[in-house]
Ligand binder design. Structure first.
Ligand SMILES: C[S@@+](CC[C@H](N)C(=O)[O-])C[C@H]1O[C@@H](n2cnc3c(N)ncnc32)[C@H](O)[C@@H]1O
Length: 246
């Protein structure tokens, strides 16, 4: 049997999806505050950057995969309310969706957003039905990335756009060393102190290291059938935004 990565551990692929769901069930209630704390708020700038670059048009049908507690969808709805976007947030973990729905109620953002529980590898969405597919900090958690990319291609309309924001490969050696120390020493410690959950944060850091580099992900998008792909490093490659077209 071929095993797959769960952070730095090797596990049965069927086991990985269950474990990933377990991690996000465990972090859901603290997810938003921990994101701000761990990234010193920088994740918000990256997400704003992503949303600014999306080719949003009136009445677009948007699928926000691994949408979690809703950051990307809420940014789109808040900034582009006049476009009357139709957004579906799809996520594997019910607790993340619940937290997201509560946030939408508090922000008065229920109009134009639906929630569905589902796996990026087998989306409960008809083919050729989506104008824009977004996935932010979700793809590295998926068991078979190439299957998720084929699913993205399946659900997109011809000419539809795929946008992925994800941690990536830092390009400067010096910056990489500082980032390595920060990720492997400080982040699991913060997870333990603030959320009483060192293990989940250790997984999150390890999963970043196992994710394909910028060039490789662009190649995988081509292999999944995308016509054009481009990417843009954010903060020296700590994160990267890939945009592709079906
Ligand atoms: C780091 S969070 C990102 C959430 C949100 N997109 C954001 O940027 O804040 C990763 C999300 O991916 C979801 N996820 C993990 N594996 C998934 C899969 N196979 N299919 C769909 N969602 C998945 C998790 O439940 C979690 O909500």
């Amino acid at each position: 049997m071929s095993l797959t990565d769960f952070g730095f551990q090797k596990v049965d692929p069927k086991e990985k999806t269950k474990r990933v769901r377990g991690v996000f069930e465990s972090v859901a209630r603290n997810y938003d505050i921990m994101n701000d704390l761990m990234s010193l708020g920088i994740h918000r700038l990256w997400k704003q950057d992503m949303v600014k670059q999306l080719p949003l048009q009136p009445k677009m049908k948007i699928l926000d995969v691994a949408g979690g507690t809703g950051d990307i969808s809420f940014l789109m709805q808040e900034k582009y309310r006049h476009l009357d976007l139709e957004i579906t947030i799809c996520d594997l973990t019910p607790s993340m969706l619940e937290v997201g729905r509560d946030r939408a109620v508090n922000k008065g953002l229920l109009h134009g957003i639906d929630w569905v529980c589902g796996n990026a590898e087998q989306l409960p969405i008809p083919e050729n039905s989506v104008d824009l597919y977004t996935i932010a900090f979700g793809l590295r958690n998926v068991t078979h990335i190439e299957v998720a990319l084929k699913e993205a291609h399946r659900v997109l309309k011809p000419g539809g756009v795929f946008a992925c924001l994800e941690f990536s490969n830092v390009k400067s050696a010096f910056f990489s060393k500082v980032y390595e120390f920060y990720s492997f020493s400080l982040l699991p410690w913060l997870g333990e102190k603030v959320a009483d959950d060192r293990e989940s944060y250790q997984y999150l850091v390890e999963s970043i290291r196992r994710f394909p580099a910028q060039e490789k992900l662009a190649l995988m998008l081509k292999e999944a059938g995308m016509q054009t792909t481009s990417w843009q490093n954010l903060m020296n490659g700590i994160s990267c935004l890939h945009i592709a077209k079906k």
